[in-house]
Write a protein that binds this ligand. Sequence first.
Ligand SMILES: *[C@@H]1O[C@H](CO)[C@@H](O)[C@H](O)[C@H]1NC(C)=O
Ligand SMILES: *[C@@H]1O[C@H](CO)[C@@H](O)[C@H](O)[C@H]1NC(C)=O
Ligand SMILES: *[C@@H]1O[C@H](CO)[C@@H](O)[C@H](O)[C@H]1NC(C)=O
Length: 638
Amino acid sequence: MKLDKLFKIVLTFVFAIVITNCHLIQPLSVYVHVVRYVHDFFNNTCIIFLHASDNPSETQDLKIGLDLKKLQFQFSGSGIRMAIMSVNVFVAEIGVAYYHIKRPLFVLLNDSDELRQGFADVAGWIDMSYPTWLIFFGNGTKIETYFDTLYIPFDCEFMVAQTQNDITEITEVYRVDRNSSLLTSNFGFISLTEDTDIKRKGLYDRRNNLHGKYLRVGVTHNPSISELIKDDDQNVISVEGYFGVLSELLQQRMNCTMTFYEIDEWDFVLETGKSAGVMSLLGNKTLDLALGPIAITEKRLEVAEFTIPLFVTRYTTYIKRPLESVVKWEGYMAPFKAGIWTAIALIILISSGMISCAKSLSKMWSSHVNDLEHSPSKFNHILLLVFGAFCNQGIQPSLLDPVRIIHLIVHLTAVVVVAAYSAALISFLAVKTISMPFTTMAGLLEDNTYDFAVVANSSEFYFCSTTLDFVVKSIYEKKLRDNSNLPTSYEDGLKRLCKEEKYAFMLPEHQYQIFKSKLDCIIEPLDSTMQASIGMPVSMRSPYRGVINSVLLIIKNGGILQRVLNARFYNVKGISHRDSWVSVEIGDVVVLNVILLLGIILGLLILYVERSFPPKTNDRTINIAKVIKTKAARAKEF
Ligand SMILES: *[C@@H]1O[C@H](CO)[C@@H](O)[C@H](O)[C@H]1NC(C)=O
Ligand SMILES: *[C@@H]1O[C@H](CO)[C@@H](O)[C@H](O)[C@H]1NC(C)=O
Ligand SMILES: *[C@@H]1O[C@H](CO)[C@@H](O)[C@H](O)[C@H]1NC(C)=O
């Protein structure tokens, strides 16, 4: 029992020690009300109250201790996680582990010089924008003097609470950069008695003006993506192309000015440990931002952060189109299925049968028909004529109405069938079928006769080396890893692709779109294997990433980004629309030519046979003579 009591006393004593010298400079109810309101507004999961000193030697005011105890009770009673500690304890106990607390709210209990000093030390190493901050000011303190030498980054939510007559004014403070003046904006009023008046706007709705800040932007020259316009001294004065339009939009929206620095290469941050170029400049904060189609890779994320992806690109492997295309022997039968061919044959047979039937019946019933009707009446003859009708030939007209009706039907059917056949045949001939040696990366690996290349030190190279895809990994091991003769640019690679016989080249889709008009050979894609997101890298923990992202989202959601992409990327100057025409090559009509040739030869053969062995009587001549006679006879009758 005694021990218990002693323990209690010691505890109270320790508590008193811990909370001494921390001043609540406003009534407790103001603290509770304001902190709770801010906590609910920002959805913080945890509140950490910071006070200045845990030095027990000074006044040990128990009343203050009780106040803090009440404060603690108020919050823990409502299930909100909270802790009260001095800045020193925070540094010693939590330190960089503050990252493990999700969305914390840090409350600075007062504006004393001691606490300000402690806060200034913490602000030196902590990521200021990670927690939400709230500080309580006394009556006389001016915001400008208090923050005179303190740097509150652009993306940090730092609230100052100033209470007068039960109304607490909340003011946000931030700076655009270390050297610029302090900016303040009213966030709202919290009242103990009346309704509160808080601006319910997102951070970047409230804060999207960089007030003319100069951003240092790295660019590389890249036709149609970022074309650099230089002055006489070779300084980049503006950028055109897709990223030019994008930078223009960003500058307008964020009220900033970009100064461009030309950089030769992106530095792809390979495992080789090479470092130069844009990524390392971002890494050491010489640059704020880089404009260019830079794939987001895990290695790059180690040295810089990325904006939201601008677009997604595919990595596609291309090979030169094989010269010979396939002769489509089956192409001329393919437009119709077997059933339709059978139906056509049946129609020819049946209609021929009906015509000859109609003729014989007419002959039976009236004898003088015979004199007038002179169209052929033999079945095989009629069959030939009906077949002719299906080949767009005319049929000798008949005087018999039933036969005429059958002729009409035969012609109508033939017109429809021929039209349908022609249409299908044309589309069939127009569609190219090329005999590719392989169409997939697996095929490329199996074939093994092709060289495989990507641009040296590119993100593709990196992707190939780290991929989990077995096929790509094997290709990388075989063809890439020890290859010292890789192309140095996309243009170079595409040139080699055209020049060399068995060469496969992998490049991102958007680069292909840029260079395809300059190609002097026809190339064919294999199945694309990998995708990458293209974004813009910004320096690590850049305070401007958030505002850039929010602007990018606005222009992306508005469809502007896609429109610019389509206009600048996919309709690159110089592509003529003739590219979309597909010409029919000789291979496609080989079959027709063969049939024509065979027909000519057969015709000549028959001619030769007819000439050599002339028939005794010539039916056709007699027939014609007969027709002339009957016509003459009929003319006489009138
Ligand atoms: C907090 O959560 C509420 C409800 O989920 C949401 O409407 C509000 O936007 C959130 N506030 C912030 C600052 O994220
Ligand atoms: C601040 O002003 C209020 C009245 O508006 C007063 O009650 C309070 O004691 C003052 N606080 C300080 C620290 O001066
Ligand atoms: C943009 O920044 C400049 C320079 O600080 C400033 O004068 C101007 O008013 C700002 N424009 C807008 C629309 O805020």
